[in-house]
Design a protein around this ligand. Structure first.
Ligand SMILES: CC(C)(COP(=O)(O)OP(=O)(O)OC[C@H]1O[C@@H](n2cnc3c(N)ncnc32)[C@H](O)[C@@H]1OP(=O)(O)O)[C@@H](O)C(=O)NCCC(=O)NCCS
Length: 169
């Protein structure tokens, strides 16, 4: 098994894999167009048979990044691919001098095993303003917010009326 950054020809395989887990709401659905646009966020793990799993690192700034869309094909779970993906994405966050990495999940035990700690979603305003405010489950969210590293001390928010603003938390 080896990990590498995704390239555009991986987009269809990533799309199929995410679709497997978005049917039941485990992962947010991602369109092929959206995956092509954001392919540079993605890392894949593969062997000689093809792609085993994928995961993405979304950068908010040096104060915060988010692990998203992490998945391993159902038949290939529990063989170490997930750990390889997490380690690669955390390494990428380090390369960008990011001080804290967050994610929202329904399997906190796995991410606790990977060194993440539970957090309050209010401590992650970048994520709330990017995704949660537009989510139908805003007030009925069953996902656990988790962070590895430092909680952010500020947020960088896109406000239509004021452009980008940097807020102290
Ligand atoms: C989460 C997921 C990516 C893990 O991938 P994986 O390849 O099975 O994980 P690994 O085999 O690398 O497991 C790494 C370690 O975590 C443990 N682990 C795996 N799944 C776990 C779980 N659900 N809960 C707790 N620990 C778990 C393994 O036992 C292993 O421990 P070890 O290294 O001490 O032996 C995979 O289960 C998956 O695709 N799930 C569906 C999609 C999903 O829920 N994604 C997360 C959305 S936030």
């Amino acid at each position: 098994m080896r990990v590498r950054k995704a390239i555009l020809p991986d987009a269809e395989g990533i799309h199929e894999l995410i679709a497997v887990y978005s049917k039941d709401g485990t992962l947010l659905p991602r369109s092929l167009a959206e995956l092509c646009e954001n392919i540079r966020d993605f890392t894949v793990v593969e062997d000689e048979t093809g792609i085993l799993g994928c995961g993405a690192l979304h950068l908010y700034g040096t104060h915060l990044a988010e692990i998203r869309s992490i998945a391993v094909w159902p038949a290939l779970k529990k063989k170490g691919a997930g750990r390889l993906l997490i380690e690669a994405l955390l390494g990428e966050a380090d390369e960008h001098h990011v001080t804290g990495v967050c994610l929202f999940t329904r399997i906190p035990d796995f991410f606790a095993h990977m060194g993440f700690k539970a957090a309050q979603r209010e401590e992650l305003p970048d994520k709330i303003y990017k995704d949660c405010m537009n989510c139908p489950r805003l007030h009925a969210c069953d996902e656990v917010a988790m962070v590895r590293g430092e909680l952010p001390h500020f947020a960088i928010l896109a406000r239509p009326e004021r452009g980008m603003v940097k807020l102290q938390i």
